[in-house]
Ligand binder design. Structure first.
Ligand code: PLP
Length: 360
């Protein structure tokens, strides 16, 4: 086993240790078949059991209602930026997007290729330091849906509670899915690239209300229609079998650990420890406004480039890896997803305090 470091990468990101151990065994010999998990047909009865279990556990953990389908797609979360409007929006129809960061901006750009887009709230001018309260914007009631990003991975902001609206909600939950309970019935679509919170890169989970499957026009290519994947139980073509399998293992782990309410408790505890350091020392400047702070990505700056570089260098030397902020936001970012152990956060907090004492 390699020496363990504290892995703060934003994605692909840390996975639970027992999941990696099981995956390592099954990579060589899956269920004593004498073949690797990644060598078997996606239509074999063994893989069918894998994908069915992954879906069943995800449904159970998130409380997905019967009238929703769960799809395992490829193309990353980024492909959903265009698949959603391509399937749900016609040229003369309107959709409303809350602009809270890099990922919503990209989704807005793609949506404009397919229909009319309104942006009733944006924090771009302020550098994306917060998310709106429901009372701060009015989405046009003619909108087909209200789109938002529940956790802004790059800037470290998060909706403390999901927006309430009479409109159908559509959400990118790539970086906080399964980190807290959510009322799925308020959403038309919830989607998440797996590589932040629920698995390795290569699969995107899409939870879609059944009646939306028939919305796409005939001109949408077969592979890009949600209906194609729903009608074929995500096996229209070869799915990313390894990633789907790992998501299943993560679902098992999540259930053993106590499910999403336990994940919410842990994430508040973990992030609270780091925000406490930021608030109680002068050296660290939190990026997010206090009422919009993310429990998943803790973003902060130091007063100078030199100090930031020294901080990252010393942190890396002490086994805290992946703390460099996103290239667009700069600064530092500690990504602490579901699988991140509390002790690692406590150790980073100790390191940050010691560094502040030395350089403050
Ligand atoms: C990482 C991320 C994406 C992009 O995911 P890809 O799978 O790389 O396309 C989209 N949205 C959010 C919120 C993310 O964190």
């Amino acid at each position: 086993m390699p020496a363990k470091v504290s892995n703060f990468y934003a994605g692909p990101a840390i996975l639970p240790e027992p999941v990696l151990q099981q995956a390592a065994r099954d990579l060589l010999n899956f269920q004593n078949l004498g073949m690797s998990l990644i060598e078997i047909s996606h239509r074999s009865k063994e893989f069918t059991a894998v994908i069915e279990e992954a879906e069943a556990l995800l449904r159970e953990l998130l409380g997905v209602p019967q009238n929703y389908r769960v799809l395992f797609l490829q193309g990353g979360a980024s492909s959903q930026f265009f698949m959603i409007p391509m399937n749900l929006l016609r040229k003369d129809q309107l959709a409303s997007y809350l602009n809270t960061g890099v990922w919503s901006n990209k989704a807005i750009k793609e949506a404009r290729l397919f229909g009319q887009v309104a942006v009733p709230w944006s924090d771009e001018a302020n550098g994306f330091v917060r998310v709106p309260k429901d009372s701060e914007y009015t989405a046009d009631p003619k909108s087909e849906y209200l789109y938002f990003v529940s956790n802004n991975t790059v800037f470290g902001t998060q909706f403390p509670v999901m927006p309430q609206s009479d409109l159908m909600l559509v959400a990118d939950m790539s970086s906080d899915i399964l980190s807290r309970p959510v009322d799925v019935s308020k959403f038309g679509i919830i989607y998440a690239g797996a590589q932040k919170n629920i698995g390795p890169a290569g699969v995107t989970v899409v939870i879609i209300r059944e009646d939306l499957l028939d919305r796409a026009s005939d001109s949408v290519p077969t592979m890009l229609k949600y209906k194609t994947h729903a009608d074929n139980d995500s096996l229209f073509n070869t799915p990313c079998t390894f990633a789907v399998y790992c998501v299943g293992l993560v679902m098992r782990w999540l259930k053993e650990q106590g499910g999403v309410t336990e994940m919410e408790r842990r994430s508040k505890k973990r992030s609270g420890i780091l925000y406490e350091v930021i608030d109680s020392t002068d050296l660290y400047q939190g990026h997010a406004a206090k009422d919009s702070r993310s429990t998943m990505n803790v973003t902060f700056h130091l007063p100078s480039k030199e100090l930031e570089e020294a901080f990252l260098r010393e942190a890396t030397a002490q086994g805290f890896v992946g703390l460099k902020g996103h290239r667009i936001a700069g600064g530092c970012r500690a990504s602490i997803y579901n699988a991140f152990p509390l002790e690692g956060v406590e150790k980073l907090a100790d390191f940050m305090r010691a560094f502040a004492k030395k350089h403050g």
